[in-house]
Design a protein around this ligand. Structure first.
Ligand code: GLN
Ligand code: ZN
Length: 771
């Protein structure tokens, strides 16, 4: 009997949220109780059917296992956890008598219920996607607890397809897990590998029974260096796992995919097991010198992670080179395509020229199909497509706006002095004199609750039913309320509340040259949440001031200092689709120069405090340690370039959140901001010892109010947090502020919480002044 060969062209995964976010809408309706589980399942089945049809129409084979069966209602890591029965103890009542978990239970683990906090969420490799962290302990009872994947493959088989089921591999699953709360000191989830493998074995056998000829096990954990388990243990686990799964009697052929980087030493280990195919990310990664194999190499040469039309000829060359390493070569995407929007042709407002340079998921499938044809039938058969892709690249290279002489000349003329402010002691004295702030100054991070009225005004302006002047007056009215509120609560540094911003990155993208915004370019960020990243396609410059009018209006309402509010270059890059034709650092400096102009204008207009948010600083940190220094160099440099042009008396703030900052605390210090606010309340001030260790000498505001929950912190709670900060950080440096912006909160809880924050601050001020 001959084994099925791996399909010549395939993709690692496809967007699952739907072209019009149908899944998001259905899932949220289910949560709201307005549709039943059966209705939600019907919508999901319809989406899967449409996806299979679409992939065939784009050139994938219907029955050769090239279509990934990679649907998820919420998250692929949660799917794996629920499949293997890894349900945290606090949710054990969700497990039914037969050991299975239903759809409602699945969502409850993701979203929490009552006192039971949801599974923790964290960043998926070097993407903006966030997955749910499984919790594994000695008590975890691994068993096949969900047949969802099996049913989906059966559904495909019944409708005439043969698809390739996709699941997070066992090693990555355990590497991404954390020890459950009751686990003993030093416990690591990877210790449970031998108990987990039989469940994967059972799953593989069941997939064969419903017609799967290939299975895809995703093992991106093998490429990451940000994993706490020692490498030799990771490699040993890889060997044990794939030797064991290969030994399953009636199983599909095994394809292990390693997106997001190089496998390095794990490649030889995988090759030493009896699996049939290995997927390599050849966009981010490379292959160790001298590697040779008898297995199928599946070259991930089409970038699954960005939105550019690839250099197809270059990609085809990479595939031809693979032929020296293996007798069997196939083509795929470097990662799943769920990081990209569906379809460029869904963007009527983008110019035809820009569209000709782009490839969203559907276009990338088309590119894979072309390369597969070339592999099967020879390069000559695809020469016209290779030429067309090269012509598009050439057009992009020479197009107006992609390279702007003035921007480039300005970048080329930069000197070290442009990246540095004067001595801090001098700055501090000038700022103290100019601002006259009290001990323990209080402020917020920028946004105030985004009310329904604000959204209505924005929508009305966008669809032309109110004039620009009416819209601006609505925003000014909002600002007046927010200022009055802050004054009545007693905050020291006032913000305008950001009512005019739909999104902290898109707002700047809409106001800078070099960016385009999409209409339907949604990508899943986590669960049912989607974002619409802007496309940074050309050299960046600022045609005119962006925020100055709002900030000066705000300052006209109050004698207290108003803080201008900007998004930093690293965060603008992190949350956009960035150009791939120059180093990120160069793009970051262009954004920084545009912000530098904005800061100069704010300063000239009398704004004495300017905050430049960089919540994504940690997020872009590369997976490989050897790349850290280079990244931190340009990222920190771009922030400094944006902010270093101001006078000593102007106080620069920055803000960070969403991550643990221990590893980048020195970089944060190097930003040289006068004041840094940082998320800390949720972790009960975990970051404070890191701050102390790094010798932070400037202002620092560890958050004292967790804004991710509607809970109002009590005065005592806030007092304790402030005292923790004061216990390790010199008094003069400490600021009091929430963890992050308030835009997702409601007004009642915000007012109560800020009132408590101020009451706590006053109490601590009293206690310390009298001490
Ligand atoms: N200034 C922004 C706000 O307050 C910061 C948001 C963020 O850090 N994500 O909304
Ligand atoms: Zn924040």
């Amino acid at each position: 009997m001959t084994s099925p060969t791996f399909p010549t062209g395939s993709i690692l995964g496809y967007p699952r949220i739907g072209r019009r976010r149908e899944l998001k809408k259905a899932v949220e309706s289910f949560w709201a109780g307005s549709i039943t589980a059966e209705q939600l399942e019907a919508t999901a089945a319809e989406l899967r059917a449409v996806t299979r049809q679409r992939l065939v129409s784009l050139g994938l084979g219907a029955t050769d296992s090239s279509i990934p069966e990679a649907f998820s209602y919420y998250d692929q890591v949660l799917d794996a956890a629920v499949t293997v029965g890894a349900v945290p103890t606090r949710f054990s009542s969700l497990v039914r008598a037969d050991g299975t978990i239903d759809l409602a239970g699945y969502f409850t683990i993701a979203r929490g219920e009552g006192q039971n906090t949801p599974a923790e969420m964290t960043k998926w490799f070097d993407s903006n996607y966030h997955y749910l962290v499984p919790e594994i302990g000695p008590e975890t009872d691994f068993h096949l607890a969900s047949d969802r994947l099996i049913r989906e493959v059966a559904e495909a088989t019944t409708s005439g397809y043969r698809t390739r089921p996709v699941i997070v591999g066992p090693v990555t699953f355990l590497l991404l897990s954390k020890a459950s709360e009751g686990a003993p000191e030093g416990y690591q989830p990877l210790d449970r590998l031998d108990d987990l493998l039989p469940v994967y074995a059972e799953l593989l056998a069941a997939l064969t029974a419903v017609g799967a000829e290939w299975v895809q096990l995703d093992e991106p954990g093998l490429v990451s260096e940000s994993i706490d388990v020692p490498r030799d243990q990771v490699l040993a686990a890889t060997k044990r796992a794939y030797d064991a799964l290969s030994a399953v009697p009636a199983r599909p052929q095994i394809f292990v995919a390693a997106p997001y980087g190089s496998l390095d030493d794990a490649l030889a280990v995988l090759d030493s097991t009896p699996i049939e195919a290995i997927g390599l990310d050849l966009v981010r990664g490379t292959i160790p010198e001298g590697f040779h194999t008898e297995k199928t190499i599946v070259g991930g040469v089409i970038d699954g992670h960005n939105i550019w039309r690839s250099d197809l000829a270059g990609a085809f060359d990479k595939l031809e080179n693979l032929r020296e390493l293996s007798p069997s070569v196939a083509v795929t995407t470097s990662t799943s395509l769920f990081h990209t929007p569906h379809d460029v042709n869904d963007e009527p407002l983008l110019s035809d020229q820009l569209k000709s340079w782009l490839a969203f998921a559907d276009q990338k499938v088309g590119q894979v199909a072309v390369l597969a044809k070339g592999l099967a039938e020879g390069k000559a058969t695809i020469q016209p497509q290779l030429d067309a892709a090269s012509a598009a690249l050439n057009d992009r290279h020479h197009a107006v706006g992609v390279r702007d002489g003035a921007v480039r000349a300005r970048e080329a003329a930069l000197t070290p002095a442009d990246f540095s402010r004067g001595d801090y002691a001098t700055r501090l004295a000038a700022q103290d004199a100019a601002l006259g702030l009290p001990f323990l100054p209080t402020t917020t991070i920028g946004s105030f609750p985004q009310t329904g009225d604000i959204r209505k005004s924005r929508a009305a302006f966008a669809n032309g039913s109110i004039t620009e002047e009416q819209y601006k007056e609505a925003m000014r009215a909002e600002i007046r309320n927010v200022v009055e509120l802050q004054e009545s609560i007693g905050l020291d540094v006032i913000v305008h509340g950001e009512p005019e911003r739909n999104d902290m990155v898109q707002y700047f993208a809409e106001n800078l040259d070099g960016f385009a915004v999409t209409q339907n370019g949604w990508v899943q960020s986590y669960g049912s949440r989607c974002t619409r990243p802007s496309i940074l396609w050309g050299d960046v410059s600022r045609p005119s001031p962006i925020t100055v009018e709002w900030s000066t209006y705000t300052q006209s309402l109050t004698p207290k200092p108003v803080k201008g509010m900007l998004t930093g270059p690293v965060t603008i890059l992190a949350w956009s689709f960035v150009r791939d034709d120059q180093p990120l650092g160069e793009t970051a400096n262009q954004v920084a120069l545009a912000l530098r102009d904005e800061i100069a204008d704010l300063e000239a207009a009398g704004i004495g405090i300017i905050q430049v948010d960089e919540p994504a600083l940690r997020e872009l940190l590369p997976l490989k340690k050897k790349d850290h220094a280079g990244y931190l160099d340009w990222s920190v440099g771009s922030f400094r370039l944006a902010t270093a042009g101001v006078a000593d008396r102007t106080q620069i703030h920055t803000h960070l959140c969403y991550s643990e900052f221990g590893v980048v605390i020195d970089a944060i210090n190097n930003l040289d901001a006068d004041v840094t606010s940082i998320e800390a309340a949720r972790s009960k001030m975990e970051v404070v010892p890191d701050i102390q260790r790094s010798g932070f000498g400037r202002g620092i505001g560890p958050g004292v109010y967790d804004i991710h929950s509607p809970r109002v912190p009590s005065i005592d709670e806030v007092t304790d947090l402030i005292e923790i900060a004061l216990g390790s950080i010199p008094e003069r440096q400490v600021w009091v502020n929430p963890d992050c912006g308030l835009k997702t909160r409601g007004y009642d809880e915000t007012v109560e919480s800020l009132t408590n924050v101020l009451a706590a601050t006053r109490a601590v001020r009293e206690a310390h002044i009298h001490a």
